[in-house]
Ligand binder design. Structure first.
Ligand code: MTE
Ligand code: MO
Length: 331
């Protein structure tokens, strides 16, 4: 049964076991060998702390990213944040990427992801289905940096300098038919490198969806880099989504397919537990998760702060939802 199992990200921070946080290579290998325990317990969910920040897991022997020469790119100053950017060591070692484990310490395991060759397919309701290599795609897209807030549904948050390009540009390239209403996005599937995908109770591959209006909203951003470098594997290399007014689980990682459709896609977490993780998933401090409050959030490098409606992006996005009735826009 899918929903009986308590998953890591459902553990409220205050419920999480304080455990030894720093995992070196050897203890990680041991942890992976103890896979079923980790998968069941979710006890590592709140395991980030100062020790991780000052002593992050070291990533060694990973093939270089051939897009490295493209970064850093110029920051777009239109998107302002009120707090400091989260330390890179925190953002790159405290991750949700269930393909590599249902806990936060997947940064080493995710290095198994092969990011070249990487082909992205556009299909469904498009003029003509096409597949394109990531490096060809990067050549055609105008790269910029945007500092965005990121709010996970688990009530932790960070502020991240993403690099990438507007999703609207990607939609333009894909040439959807006017009948297309949604975009369904899909993560790679390869259980040989992503052990989480052997956990057959999850509905792999990870899928997410947006309406066409959302995908072409100016905030919707395709991420290819972060902290002035290519986006690392644990954060969703080589192509990941950022929709900062929505909860983190909408930010699908390591995308291989965009399918244009007139049927609303059912996303990974919606399939598992739709009453807790819906299609819209817009941030709202007044609408609690069925099992915890969404009023405040724990920033990765700093204090607990109030959560903002639409994660602080109301002026950009509220109009898209004004005519939608009878749906919970905030779950
Ligand atoms: N494919 C895939 N994408 C994913 C996830 C995942 O498990 N698999 N987790 C999501 C969640 S819950 C969050 S909060 C963000 C975390 O991104 P980060 O690890 O870069 O902070 O990725 C999202 N994208
Ligand atoms: Mo999340």
């Amino acid at each position: 049964m899918l929903i009986k199992r308590k998953r890591g990200w459902e553990v409220a921070e205050r419920d999480a076991t304080p455990e030894s946080t720093y995992m070196n290579r050897r203890s990680l290998v041991k942890a992976l060998a103890a896979g079923p325990l980790l998968a069941m317990g979710g006890g590592l969910a709140g395991c980030w702390d100062e020790a991780t920040a000052s002593n992050p897991p070291q990533i060694v022997d990973v093939p270089p990213d051939p897009s490295a020469h493209l970064y850093p790119v110029q920051r777009n100053l239109r998107y302002k944040v009120e707090r400091q950017i989260t330390d890179e060591a925190d953002a790159t070692t405290y991750n949700n990427f269930y393909e590599f484990g249902s806990h936060k310490s997947i940064s080493i395991a995710a290095q198994a992801l092969k990011i070249r060759p990487w082909t992205v397919t556009f299909d469904g309701m498009v003029e003509k289905p096409v597949s394109i290599g990531i490096d060809d795609l990067l050549k055609q897209m105008p790269l910029e940096e945007r500092v965005y807030r990121h709010r996970c549904v688990e009530a932790w948050s960070m502020i991240v300098p993403w690099s990438g390009f507007p999703m609207a540009k990607l939609v333009e390239l894909a040439k959807p038919l006017s009948s297309a209403k949604y975009i369904k996005m899909q993560t790679f599937q390869d259980p040989e490198i992503a052990p989480g995908q052997k956990q057959h109770w999850y509905p792999w591959p990870y899928v997410e969806g947006l309406t066409m209006a959302e995908a072409t909203n100016e905030l919707a951003f395709m991420v290819t880099g972060v902290y002035g470098k290519p986006v690392p594997r644990q954060m969703g290399a080589p192509l990941r989504l950022a929709v900062p007014w929505k909860y983190g689980f909408k930010h699908i990682k390591s995308i291989v397919r965009f399918t244009f459709t007139d049927k609303r896609p059912v996303s990974f977490w919606e399939e598992i537990q739709g009453a807790e993780y819906g299609f819209w998933a817009n941030v709202n401090p007044k609408v609690n998760h069925p099992r915890w409050s969404q009023a405040t959030e724990r920033t990765l490098s700093g204090p607990r702060v109030p959560t903002q409606l639409y994660n602080g992006y109301t002026e950009y996005v509220a109009d898209m939802y004004k005519d939608i009735k009878g749906e919970n826009l905030f779950i």
